[in-house]
Design a protein around this ligand. Structure first.
Ligand SMILES: Nc1ncnc2c1ncn2[C@@H]1O[C@H](COP(=O)(O)OP(=O)(O)OP(=O)(O)O)[C@@H](O)[C@H]1O
Ligand SMILES: [Mg+2]
Length: 366
């Protein structure tokens, strides 16, 4: 899916912004505070009804305005006409998602506009809590497996139910058996899908990281959230008294994680900042590559300040991947020339200058 045209209203310092992006590479440049990240945030809002920078809408909507709106014409690969999509939200919390004349829900929207964001938060895949890595895996499972969202929602409901019973401090043994059976059923289902996804992702991740970083001994392993040598029902039984005391369930997919090592050592502890950026980018690029192979259409990359932390050679390698992916990319940078010369002649690259919330297309000097 590519964005053919985009209209942004009342997002941060972007009061009204209208443009026709390239189907492939879009470079957005401008000085600090000009509004580059806000354009990426607006596209994120189009695909997920929220910002990637803040949970509080009041900071995202332009100061003093009642509503944020992003409207796009989406172009499906090989399709004739474009599909209109409009997402808006007002300060009272009312969200509207209109696609080709109908209301759609958030999960339909997320699968319609598959976004992959690479920004400073992406470092959290290495440095942050397991929940960040679970989100990373869940993005892949959601897009790879139609049944995942349903299984995940069912599991979450059972987990909440079990935890609230634990918090009461007393559970009827018969009721516990029923909930534990449900818990095990969905836990296994989710875990199979997550494991399958990581297995599929691994070859892409290793190949991409090797091209970006040279010969490195990287490994990626998945831990499902409990000791796989033990049946989960047995473990729940065994840990029941402890769970009761703590008021929550200790073992299960809610504790799943992913470990990345280099030369057998934690990548977080070993790698430099630039190397970390290459590893987390390789993870996201691998997700995109896998998505693009299985889906009818390509994903959309939002890459904030691509050159930061990277030398020119690594920037160029990164750009080569984006070029080969054929995905639509929105890439920000401060300097107009930072990424301009990294593309083949036949790649459709558009450059946009952002200046105080205003956008203008700039053409390469001959
Ligand atoms: N709710 C808001 N209403 C109006 N303006 C805002 C709001 N929130 C932030 N701004 C302003 O929007 C501008 C754009 O911020 P943005 O982060 O997009 O800049 P940027 O071009 O990415 O800068 P940098 O190069 O420093 O990353 C900033 O000047 C900021 O102060
Ligand atoms: Mg920025």
């Amino acid at each position: 899916m590519a964005i053919k045209s985009l209209k942004i209203q009342n997002i941060r310092n972007l009061s009204t912004l209208d443009f026709f992006p390239s189907h492939h590479v879009n470079l957005l440049y401008g000085v600090n505070g000009s509004g580059k990240t806000s354009v990426l945030e607006a596209i994120n809002f189009l695909g997920l009804t929220r910002s990637f920078r803040t949970r509080k809408f009041q900071y995202f909507v332009s100061h003093g305005q009642p509503e944020s709106l992003v409207f796009a014409q989406l172009q499906k690969k090989g399709a004739q006409g474009a599909q209109p999509l409009g997402v808006s939200r007002d300060t009272s919390g009312n969200v509207s998602i209109r696609h080709s004349g109908s209301n759609i829900d958030i999960s339909q929207l997320a699968s319609l506009v598959p976004l992959l964001v690479i920004n400073t938060d992406t470092f959290q895949i290495l440095e942050g809590s397991p929940s960040v890595r679970r989100q990373f895996i869940d993005w892949g499972c959601f897009h790879a497996d139609q049944g995942y969202i349903q299984a995940w929602r069912s599991f979450k409901r059972v987990l909440q139910q079990r935890n609230s019973l634990l918090k009461c401090g007393k559970i009827d043994p018969q009721i516990r058996l029923v909930w534990d059976a449900e818990f095990v059923k969905f836990a296994q289902l989710i875990t199979q899908m997550r494991q399958r996804y990581i297995n599929q992702l691994l070859p892409d991740f290793l190949a991409i990281s090797q091209r970006l970083m040279g010969e490195v001994d990287l490994s990626l392993s998945f831990s499902p959230g409990w000791d796989q040598k033990r049946p989960l029902d047995e473990l729940l039984d065994e840990q029941f008294q402890r769970d009761l005391k703590q008021g929550y369930t200790a073992a299960g997919p809610q504790r799943a994680d992913m470990r990345i090592k280099i030369d057998g050592v934690s990548a977080t502890e070993r790698l430099s900042r630039g190397q970390k950026k290459l590893v987390v980018s390789a993870l996201k690029l691998a997700q995109g590559a896998l998505y693009n192979r299985h889906a009818e259409d390509g994903c959309i990359y939002l890459i904030d300040d691509l050159p930061s932390e990277l030398d020119a050679q690594h920037c160029q390698l990164f750009c080569q991947f984006l070029e080969e992916s054929e995905s639509q990319c929105f890439i920000t940078c401060v300097e107009p020339d930072a990424l301009r010369d990294f593309w083949r002649e036949d790649t459709e690259v558009k450059s946009f200058k952002i200046d105080d919330g205003q956008l203008s297309e700039s053409f390469k000097a001959q």
